[in-house]
Design a protein around this ligand. Structure first.
Ligand code: GDP
Length: 727
């Protein structure tokens, strides 16, 4: 049976109009895994009886244990709709916010996103996040409202109440979609969802039935008939008469675009190369005879085949033996084998043409996010990660013999998940892993211990800070050690809107100059300044306001190096600086190149920048998180107390269904250990969620103490420079 399906997939791969590349996205626990199993069972990939228990997509052991989906896995299946066979490539996305990076990458590979929402809970924070990630990548949404059985069995709702609730969920989701697509002028279709339009389905993944407008027309059963059967506990009959997998897969085939329709509008959105070029043309046309372009979305490990790169083939045909460029690296890699994913397992095939998801071996230099191509080309835009790492933990092998294996594993981890940052210290053996939250790091260290069998010691989680100017400095002078070179600099605070554009990666040095100027002016920067941008360093902008200074051009590279050093380690606690606008007003440079080398220029610039930052009253910023807790009303006081007691703020409390919702924000540092505290404070009755919400200036009365703690931890002198006297 399986072999037959593989053969069928191979046949369909060459007909892009019969291909759908899709993702299922949902808030944790809303039923994505159960729904996916239904689809696999419907397509004959796993047995009907075990669907829902088998959790085919959760391949990693820790996922099954925790009951959450972590790695984006891929699976292909076939479905017959209106007498035509379709190949459906499904990419699984994780439901927990700590794994946001995987979601973004999965979205890049697909053209449609089925958003699953629990009928009782409605749209939740992660629903909003995944929707935003989908829309930003130009991926079209449809909606499946799951757990409708709960409205009857648990909430005992009558037909009117149910209708009101379901329309409420649709309304919520459409409000989100409308808000997000308003400014996307490349999408001329209306992407809101509706029952009449067939882009909304309802049902129960647990009891395996579903319903949509077209399914009602086909089966002759209306919503009321279905509810009567559900109420009478005739779920098996429901499953036989209106199986969930048919309802959902029909919707997928009918309403999601095929690659030929999708790529022309998606390519300009996700690729910034020359739109007139030949490579742009073959990608827009999904030309399987064109140059090969593969966008890697995921790197996985197969115990037998080794490292596997999975991704979307946007153009050309991937075959064994091809020598392909990997973006960001010098040489080429040779494709060793080509395959597709069937029910989570890789099946080798001869070739995978444009419009499909391929799983290849041999790309040893590729990381998740790489562009792999047969000609050198502008890579796909680096995938934006909605949140930067906010927490760091040290790991150390318990047994020194394991050190080489640990280093190799850490490098592997960073390849698979670019939202993780690794700092390897081969001398001390103490390595640092930075990630999105406490759980994120916990999962990673467990994988090292369990999957790799390397016992490790880990340090306490440490929060990552930022430093940022809060006013404008006077002009400061930086003098080189030989006193022959001088730089005159001021530091200002970047406007919030400009900083946001940097954060989103919407303004970069890679983009054409004219485009950059316009983007900066749109964000509120004045024209003159936007025209003098010399460089962007992290989330800071360097402006060159000088005119006709001899030798400055040839010295600029060293100036930028000095800026980089100064901004990587800020003057307060050697944390990264962001949100600074640095202006070079004037410079004196020695005639002779030998007297203005790196040892002279770099310290002069670094010193000037640090003094400028201090004069612009630099402050420490800490990461904060949005917190949402769902809790029975008798525990509401305890739950809000847990937030307030952590230097947090409760912004809203309201009833939803039979639970109270507490919403607020709190610093990441204080949220360490929240998981067990909230459990004991609410007798385990609370469910909760956090989402990184950027960095915020810490209160002045807390600054000196925290700065000193960080300095001490880093082995720096604990007393601050005398000029820092403004706290
Ligand atoms: P995921 O985190 O989105 O992948 O959610 P799961 O598929 O793991 O489902 C979370 C929980 O909800 C599990 O206990 C499921 O059995 C349950 N569940 C899933 N779908 C339904 C449904 O349609 N009705 C009910 N009552 N429970 C469901």
């Amino acid at each position: 049976r399986r072999k037959k399906i593989v053969e069928q997939c191979e046949r369909l791969m060459d007909n892009p109009d019969q291909i759908r590349n899709i993702a299922i996205a949902a808030h944790v626990d809303h039923g994505k895994t159960t729904l996916t199993d239904n689809l696999l069972a419907g397509a004959g990939m796993i047995s009907e009886d075990t669907a829902g228990e088998q959790l085919a997509m959760d391949t990693e052991e820790d996922e099954q244990e925790r009951g959450i989906t972590i790695d984006a896995a891929n699976v292909s299946m076939t479905h017959e709709y209106e007498d035509t066979d379709y190949l459906i490539n499904l990419i699984d996305t994780p439901g927990h916010v700590d794994f946001g990076g995987d979601v973004t990458r999965a979205m890049r590979a697909v053209d449609g996103a089925l958003v699953v929402v629990d009928a009782v809970e409605g749209a939740m924070p992660q629903t909003e996040t995944v929707l935003r990630q989908a829309l930003r990548e130009g991926v079209k949404p449809t909606l499946f409202i799951n757990k409708v059985d709960r409205l009857i069995s648990e909430l005992q709702e009558g037909p009117e109440e149910m209708q009101e609730r379901l329309l409420g969920v649709i309304h919520e989701v459409n409000e989100l979609i409308r808000g997000m697509t308003e400014e996307m002028d490349d999408i001329d279709e209306d992407w809101t969802v509706s029952v009449e339009g067939g882009t909304v389905g309802f049902g129960s993944a647990l009891y395996k039935w579903g319903v949509s407008m077209p399914s009602m027309q086909r089966t002759g059963m209306d919503f009321g008939d279905i509810m009567d059967l559900e109420r009478a506990d005739k779920r098996q009959e429901l499953h036989e008469r209106t199986p969930l997998s048919d309802v959902v897969l029909d919707m997928v085939c009918e309403h999601f675009p095929n690659p030929v329709d999708a790529q022309p509008h998606r390519i300009p959105r996700i690729w910034r190369g020359d739109p007139e070029s030949e490579i742009a043309d073959t990608m827009r046309m999904v030309n399987e005879d064109g140059e090969v372009v593969l966008m890697v979305t995921d790197i996985g490990i197969d115990p037998h085949a080794g490292e596997i790169a999975a991704g979307r083939v946007f153009s050309g045909t991937i075959e064994k033996g091809q020598e392909l460029y990997v973006s960001g690296t010098a040489g080429k890699n040779r494709i060793q084998s080509v395959g597709v994913y069937m029910g989570g397992e890789r099946e080798e095939v001869d070739r995978v043409p444009a419009g499909n998801i391929a799983a290849v071996t041999g790309l040893r230099d590729a990381i998740a996010g790489s562009t792999v191509s047969s000609v050198e080309m502008t890579p796909f835009e680096s995938i934006e990660h909605i949140s930067e790492p906010v927490i760091t933990k040290s790991v150390e092998a318990q047994n020194m013999d394991d050190l080489p294996k640990l280093i190799e594993t850490l490098q592997q981890v960073a390849k698979e998940d670019p939202t993780i940052q690794i700092e390897i210290n081969e001398d001390t053996g103490e390595h640092l892993i930075s990630g999105q939250g406490e759980l994120h790091l916990e999962v990673i260290t467990q994988r090292i211990e369990r999957n790799q069998g390397i016992p490790v010691n880990t340090g306490e989680p440490i929060v990552v800070y930022r430093e940022s100017p809060t006013s404008e400095s006077r002009e400061v002078e930086g003098v080189s050690p030989n006193r022959h070179n001088k730089f005159y600099i001021t530091v200002e605070q970047l406007d919030d809107d400009v900083l946001e554009q940097l954060r989103l990666g919407e303004v970069t040095m890679d983009m054409p100059e004219q485009e950059r100027r316009e983007a900066l002016q749109d964000a509120g920067m004045d024209k003159d300044t936007s025209q003098s941008v010399e460089n962007i360093i992290g989330k800071n902008i360097f402006i060159d306001d000088t005119k006709g200074i001899q030798h400055l051009n040839e010295t600029m590279e060293l100036v930028v190096e000095g800026l980089q050093e100064a901004l990587e380690d800020g003057p307060l606690a050697a944390e990264p600086v962001e949100g600074a606008l640095l202006r070079l007003h004037d410079a004196r440079l020695h005639e002779d190149a030998i007297h203005r080398g790196p040892a002279q220029v770099i310290p002069a610039v670094r010193d000037a920048v640090h003094r400028g930052l201090i004069d612009a009253e630099i402050r420490l910023l800490e990461p904060i998180q949005d917190v949402r807790i769902d809790v029975p009303s008798e525990h509401m006081g305890a739950a809000s107390g847990e937030v307030q007691g952590r230097r947090g703020r409760v912004d809203d409390m309201y009833q939803e269904g039979d639970l109270m919702v507490v919403e607020g924000i709190a610093p990441v540092e204080e949220m360490i250990g929240f998981s067990s505290d909230i459990r004991s404070a609410t007798e385990g009755r609370a469910s909760w969620n956090t989402e990184n919400a950027g960095f915020r200036v810490m209160a002045d009365n807390l600054q000196p103490e925290i700065i000193n703690q960080i300095r001490e931890r880093k082995g720096m002198k604990t007393e601050l420079p005398e000029s820092i006297n403004y706290f």
